[in-house]
Ligand binder design. Sequence first.
Ligand code: ZN
Length: 338
Amino acid sequence: LADALAVLEGGLPMVIAIDVGGTSIKGALVAAGAEMVAVRRAATPHDGEHQLVTSVVGMATDLAAEAARRGTPASAIGVAAAGIIDEAAGVAVRGANLRWRDTALTRRMEDATGLPATLVQDARAAARGEAIFGAGRNADTFLSVILGTGVGSAVVIDGRPVRGSHGLAGEIGHLQVDPGGLPCGCGGRGCVETVASAAAISRRYAAASGEHLATELVLARATAGDRLAATLWSEAVAALAAALAAAVAVVDCDLVVLAGGLARAGDLLFEPLALELAGRLSLVAPPRLAAAALGRAAGVLGAAASALDEVGRGDLIRSWREMPIASLLLTDPFGSRS
Ligand SMILES: [Zn+2]
């Protein structure tokens, strides 16, 4: 900690930011000017909690060593993680795709590196990244939705993702849209996620046709006129619109930022979704729909912002909001497709 404080007094902290997703773990050393000066990537272990934690902590210690080699010791660690996350306690409680078991992740990080660590839920970290650098930059209030294997989302007010009483504010993926629908990983039934996630579309197509296809292929069939694929896609869009309309009515925002694999479907998603939303909203004007700008880097940059909060350098985040979007952000160092 003495080293970390010395760096802070020098005014240019370097932070370690890590995003733990279901497929990969992405990490970066983020400098005071928001540059990702070193990046790391590893496949997410699925064989147990121990392997998962070892991999995440190993990446943090590796990046801490890299920062020391560069003569700019890291001052804090921010970790974004998928799953049910207790941000206040620094505990990754459980995950649909990750082997968390009430994992005290911040303590494990601090023990291994001697640096202060902070934990944030991944959808909220990505929303923060978009708020600072991306599609939400000029909006005080917006909804951020990630349409991937699941449906993750967050509500941003005054530039910050709202946490809520239980850390679940803005989670529209588990709003029930079909009381007689399929069971969901959350314990509920007929959630948005059981209809509108990429995994749900592929699964429902297989259940109805016997053919197991990747989601992109189902969407390609929908475009080509396959009636089953087109029906499942309109049901997905309608479920999403129903949840978004409710969220927009509660929050009163004029922007929804869409990220994740399904958002890359472009007009195939945006056009029918805008129409469905307009049909469902009367009092509140339909929000503008925008594609997320940062790709996979959003969660890492959001985690870096959390790390800076942890060491009392919110002033740097305000300066990030002012700076022209750096060229490094125009190319996603983690690639947008995997
Ligand atoms: Zn659910």
